[in-house]
Design a protein around this ligand. Structure first.
Ligand SMILES: Cc1cc2nc3c(=O)[nH]c(=O)nc-3n(C[C@H](O)[C@H](O)[C@H](O)COP(=O)(O)OP(=O)(O)OC[C@H]3O[C@@H](n4cnc5c(N)ncnc54)[C@H](O)[C@@H]3O)c2cc1C
Length: 516
């Protein structure tokens, strides 16, 4: 891959109301004046998303002289166009859905199943909360932490220098933390017809009547369900045979059913042939696709592209710095060092585990390895993830497929949420916990949890896997009743029952014959 491709131009933040003005005042103040560079920095970080912010704050906190360069919005995708706005939207759409279901399911006030609310107000709530959170990632806060913050595009000009805004920064170590963006598939007519991505969808102030979402991965499923719950007629398209292709198929099936129940129209196994504009000012988008040899069309007001991510490697001067990269991102070794031993990379630009918590954890590794000759390895991290659909799907450790590829033999324990009292009482018993254990032992290698709040509940499993706490020990932990978290204890009890072999049963039978 060559750097000839121009750097991706980020989209503006809209609407410019008081909340977004506060956001911008924090994450890209118009009046910001870049500092005079120090003669040499211990660390220069390019990219002010989670990976860059954690690298810069951590290094400065330890006393290093640090510069941080951000071309667009401090906080990166997570704060501005990712986790934060999406979870704000998801919360609002859940409230709407709960209100609609209250009458039928809980004897609450009857609300018409088709009734909709004030989408503009829901989005304003999201913008207000995002602006409030943004203070943590603000340029002035980082300045206060002792970081020299440069707003502008950074590019390497040699293996030890970076240019930003006409100034040259010399470094002992540099960190590439430039993240990624939505990958846009080469569908004929898509660019001309216009489309939304995660960079623009959160700018909406009016609810689309009809939305086509391309891609049924985590972002596509979260957004499709959320818009459907707001009242949009959503069509979700994917080339694969089911949604969430990387998850346990039973988990994906539950989410697929939940999407259908919420009114999402699913078109799977499709090949998208073209997108074209039609109607007044070509405002309507016609998405033409093929399924099972049949040509079909769906018309929408917007098309949201959620078909994977592309790393931000263009226009960075990586070649001048001797840093190898490809269309998959910057190449790093297990210590997150690039082909230039002074330069490290972390976060979405350098990993396939594209989550905020990975960016954070990798940045901590970079600080140790780059500044203190540490030997921490990225492969040693236990990385969980969660898709925030209703129900949520959370996973940590090995999947069954990973284990098979590694030639590991497994024992698997599955507990349905329909056996957990609290899940039944909550009306949220569509789900399960599945644990993969190293065969013949209680060592947990991986687990998938499908539950209303799976993301919150998976923490205990993360602790167990990270610190080698076996299922036997979990069986001895008292969990409060009634909670959905009891599902893990139930899994431990189920595993313990498998220890009751015929021989053990015989021994017990003998004991109870004499113990009268
Ligand atoms: C819709 C959506 C929802 C998501 N939800 C979740 C979730 O719920 N949980 C979760 O864990 N993860 C979620 N993610 C993923 C998460 O946002 C990313 O994993 C995380 O933001 C990665 O952080 P990063 O620092 O590597 O990159 P980014 O956040 O992308 O930050 C990179 C920064 O580098 C800047 N930059 C790029 N090039 C240059 C340059 N040349 N000079 C200066 N600056 C530059 C960019 O402007 C950007 O600010 C979601 C993502 C999306 C899109």
């Amino acid at each position: 891959m060559s750097e000839a491709t121009p750097a991706h131009a980020p989209s503006p933040v809209e609407p410019l109301d008081e909340h977004n003005r506060t956001l911008l005042e924090n994450v890209h103040p118009a009046s910001w004046i870049n500092p005079e560079p120090a003669p040499r920095y211990h660390m220069v970080v390019i990219g002010g998303g989670t990976a860059g912010l954690v690298s810069a704050a951590g290094a400065a906190g330890l006393g290093a002289r640090v510069a941080l360069i951000e071309r667009h919005l401090m906080g990166g995708d997570c704060l501005n166009v990712g986790c934060v706005p999406s979870k704000g939207m998801i919360r609002a759409s859940r409230a709407w859905q709960d209100a609609r279901e209250a009458g039928e399911r809980f004897g609450g006030p009857a609300v018409d199943a088709r009734s909709t609310g004030d989408f503009g107000a829901a989005m304003e709530r999201m913008r207000r909360l995002r602006a409030g959170i943004s203070i943590h990632d603000s340029a002035s806060r980082f300045q206060g932490l002792g970081v020299d913050v440069f707003l502008g595009g950074g590019r390497f000009t040699s293996p030890e220098t970076i240019e930003v805004g006409g100034k040259t920064l010399r470094f002992r170590r540099a960190v590439v933390a430039t993240g990624g963006r939505a990958a846009v598939p080469p569908i004929p007519g898509l660019a001309e017809a216009g489309y939304l991505t995660n960079e623009t969808v959160f700018n909406l102030t009016e609810l689309p009547n009809r939305l086509v979402v391309i891609g049924a991965g985590p972002i596509g499923c979260e957004m499709a369900q959320s818009f459907a719950r707001f009242g949009t007629r959503v069509t979700l398209l994917d080339k694969d045979a089911h949604v969430l292709i990387r998850e346990d198929p039973d988990a994906a099936e539950i989410v697929q059913k939940a999407l259908l129940k919420d009114g999402v129209h699913l078109e799977l196994n499709v090949k998208i042939l073209e997108v074209r504009g039609q109607g007044t000012e070509k405002a309507e988008k016609v998405v033409v696709f093929e399924r099972g040899g049949e040509r079909r069309e769906v018309v929408a007001d917007h098309v949201l592209v959620a078909a994977g991510r592309a790393p931000n490697v263009e226009g960075l001067g990586l070649e001048a710095a001797g840093v190898k990269f490809s269309r998959h991102g910057v190449e790093v070794d297990d210590r997150l060092r690039t082909s230039n031993s002074r330069i490290y990379a972390c976060g979405d630009v350098a990993t396939r585990y594209q989550f905020t918590h990975t960016a954070d954890a990798q940045a901590r590794i970079v600080i140790q390895n780059a500044l203190f000759r540490g030997r921490s390895k990225a492969s040693a991290l236990t990385i969980p993830w969660c898709t925030y659909t209703a129900p949520e799907v959370a996973h940590v450790g090995l999947t069954e497929k990973d284990a098979r590829e590694k030639g590991l033999e497994l024992d698997t324990v599955t507990v349905q949420l329909s056996t957990v009292d609290r899940a039944i009482l909550d009306g949220a018993d569509e789900g399960f916990l599945r644990l993969h254990l190293k065969k013949g032992t209680d060592q947990i290698l991986g687990g998938t949890l499908v539950a209303e709040h799976a993301g919150d509940m998976i923490g205990e499993l993360c602790l167990a896997i990270t610190h080698g706490i076996g299922l036997g020990k979990i069986a001895s932990v008292i969990h409060p009743y009634p909670t959905q978290g009891e599902v893990l204890k139930k899994a431990a009890d189920a595993w313990r029952r498998t220890k009751l072999t015929p021989v053990v049963r015989k021994v017990f039978a003998g004991w109870f014959r004499v113990f009268r």
